[in-house]
Design a protein around this ligand. Structure first.
Ligand SMILES: Nc1ncnc2c1ncn2[C@@H]1O[C@H](COP(=O)(O)OP(=O)(O)OP(=O)(O)O)[C@@H](O)[C@H]1O
Ligand SMILES: [Mg+2]
Length: 611
């Protein structure tokens, strides 16, 4: 239990350091590059911010002049009626001017917020699109190490947070900074002596704000981390709901979730407490400053050095002076998350894209399908060789089977042919040329793969077969479905080919999913066919039908098949037996049986069992 806690709530200091280090990808310049195209809008917002700040800051000054000039004349016992009438009119003009500044502020703030938000959204659209296109080009090996959940977070949440950088941060920081500077200047213009005395409190304010900021940063980082743990747990558990229920894990899972949730609550309370101290502390200082001003200014007023108008204006400025400080401290969190999100997005954008391969194109249907592995060594990670010195040759048009124990490296060989990974030593030749010399898109187009685990999209059955590829019409799709015998089950669906299937095809049986995957692959009639346990979940009768269909398709194609069921590969031209990453033996079925090696043991085992 305590160990678990440790894992959830790490040392805040350590975690903060870690977070700060992860921001090395942050670059203002890069961010700027996204914004630069929209520069006229940013300039316009900037001008609007200046305008609205100026029009709010002039308000205390208008009242000051109104009090000191017009109102003091109006309440005076010594002025004539004529002078008083003039003062009344001039006072009314000032009131109108005040109203004008209020309207300007309103319209200016509205326009500025609108412009910044819509520009921010445009930038966001651009970044999100770039990010998504980039993810599509990342190599398969990238997805082995990057959790899918966090990729989704990058494209959705992080881009949204980044938007804050262009909207709230840009406007809030500018507006508050201008307001602070503007107020300081206005105070000096009013009365230098009083202004200097008031600014004495500035260092105190800065120190309090910095302390607050440091505490908040730690809490904030920890919160973000917990939130991501909560998200991951949620998404994993919801997708694995069936497993949870099979193993009666509900109680345990819910307790684990509760623990993280409690942890989050504690942090949130800490955050609330901090805010609850910070705001009143600043407010208290503000009240002290106003009290001191009333005392000091009151005395000077009695001495006749300071007018009521100026005193009132000072009180007004002080009231306004503290708001930007509070706001800046509170925007700090937004800046934090925006910086973190930005660096994460940049980090992802910096992941190297998959190579486009060599220059050689493979014009339609020109591949003969001759494959040779020459002393191939391959490892997914540096730690261990998965394929060790593998050599074999497959002639064009041959049907070659790979057998071997679980984890022997069969699917790995198929992955290498598709160039999902690159080998470390040796050479893979296709039609006598190194596969690295072919364009990757052409290579993959010429090879059809039916994989071990089928992926179906939520959508229509027919779209899952054609994949909306240009060279596959829905007629081709239906034909392919007929060839692999998927037609019969599809026709029993309520909407047949237009039946909507849910995420990952969970409403279909595993065999039905495999049939769809078969149809999808055969729809383009690829020259080279790779079947990785493609018929493992299909009944023997249907399997035989599919095999006949493939054999009867025009122009003989090279076929590589991985199968545990020996009947599937009984009439292969060649059988390659893999054992722990090495080729143990190869030959026809009869040769291997005569040889009395691994294959013959396997054969006997299966044969005896089925007898
Ligand atoms: N993406 C990967 N990253 C790291 N290691 C991997 C990866 N894919 C497979 N391996 C490892 O490589 C070895 C060979 O895996 P491979 O998928 O080729 O086995 P296989 O012969 O197809 O087995 P099976 O009959 O179970 O499908 C296994 O030990 C596996 O753990
Ligand atoms: Mg496999």
């Amino acid at each position: 239990m305590s160990k678990n806690k440790q894992q959830i709530n790490p040392d805040l200091e350590e975690y903060t350091k870690e977070q700060l280090a992860s921001r090395k990808n942050f670059s203002l310049k890069r961010l700027f590059n996204y914004a630069i195209v929209h520069w006229p809008w940013f300039i316009l917002s900037f001008l609007l911010i200046v305008l609205t700040t100026a029009s709010t800051l002039i308000q205390p000054r208008i009242i000051q002049v109104l009090i000191d000039k017009d109102i003091s004349i109006l309440i005076s016992d010594y002025e004539s009626q004529v002078v008083k009438d003039i003062a009344l009119i001039s006072g009314a003009k000032k009131a109108l001017f005040y109203l004008f500044t209020v309207i300007i502020t309103f319209i200016g703030t509205y326009l500025q917020a609108y412009i910044l938000n819509s520009t921010g959204q445009k930038i966001l659209l651009n970044i999100r699109q770039n990010l998504y296109e980039h993810i599509l080009k990342l190599p398969v090996s990238f997805f082995d190490r990057y959790p899918i959940g966090s990729l989704v977070t990058r494209v959705t949440n992080d881009t949204e947070t980044l938007n804050e950088m262009f909207t709230s941060v840009f406007s809030s920081v500018l507006r508050n900074a201008f307001t602070l500077v503007g107020i300081i200047i206005s105070m000096f213009l009013l009365d230098v002596k009083i202004a200097i005395r008031i600014l004495v409190v500035l260092p105190i304010l800065i120190i309090i704000s910095l302390v607050f900021r440091n505490v908040m940063q730690k809490i904030y980082f920890a919160q973000r981390r917990l939130l991501s743990i909560i998200n991951t747990k949620l998404s994993e558990n919801i997708s694995g709901m069936r497993t949870i229920q099979i193993f009666n894990q509900e109680k345990q899972i819910s307790e684990e979730f509760d623990e993280v949730n409690q942890e989050y609550l504690i942090l949130s309370e800490k955050e609330v407490r901090n805010f609850a101290i910070y705001r009143p502390a600043i407010e208290m200082i503000r009240s002290f400053v106003i009290a001191a001003l009333l005392w000091f200014g009151g005395l000077r007023n009695l001495e006749g050095v300071l007018t009521f108008g100026i005193l009132n204006a000072f009180i007004d400025y002080i009231q306004r002076f503290f708001n930007p400080i509070l706001e800046l401290a509170e925007t700090y969190n937004i800046i934090q998350s925006a910086v973190t999100s930005t660096s994460r997005i940049f980090h992802l954008l910096d992941e190297p894209e998959e190579t486009s391969g060599g220059k050689i194109a493979i014009p339609d249907k020109t591949l003969r399908g001759e494959i040779e592995f020459k002393n191939v060594w391959f490892a997914y990670n540096d730690s261990e060789w998965i394929l060790k010195d593998v050599s074999f040759k497959i002639e064009a048009g041959q049907f070659v089977a790979f057998v071997g124990a679980t984890g022997a490296g069969k699917s790995t060989i198929m992955n290498l042919l598709m160039r999902f990974y690159d080998i470390q030593k040796g050479q893979i030749l296709l039609d006598g040329r190194d596969i690295k010399k072919y364009k990757i898109t052409d290579l993959r187009q010429s090879i059809g793969v039916v994989q071990q685990d089928v992926f179906l999209y939520s959508g229509l059955v027919i779209d899952n077969i054609t994949l909306k590829r240009e060279n596959v019409s829905s007629r081709d799709g239906r034909k392919a479905a007929e060839i692999v015998n998927a037609n019969s089950f599809i026709c029993e669906l309520p909407n047949q080919y237009n039946q909507h299937i849910t995420e990952r095809g969970s409403t279909l049986s595993v065999g039905e999913r495999q049939l769809l995957s078969f149809a999808r692959t055969l729809a383009t009639k690829p020259t080279l066919l790779i079947l990785d346990e493609a018929t493992a979940n299909i009944d023997t009768e249907t399997e035989a039908l599919i095999q006949d269909a493939i054999r009867n398709m025009a122009n003989k194609r090279t076929m590589l098949a991985v199968a545990h069921r020996i009947s599937t590969i009984a009439d292969a031209d060649k059988i390659i037996v893999l054992h722990k990453g090495r080729i143990a033996e190869q030959g026809t079925k009869d040769e291997l049986l005569a040889h009395a090696g691994l294959f013959s043991i396997l054969y006997k085992l299966q044969y005896e069992r089925t007898e």
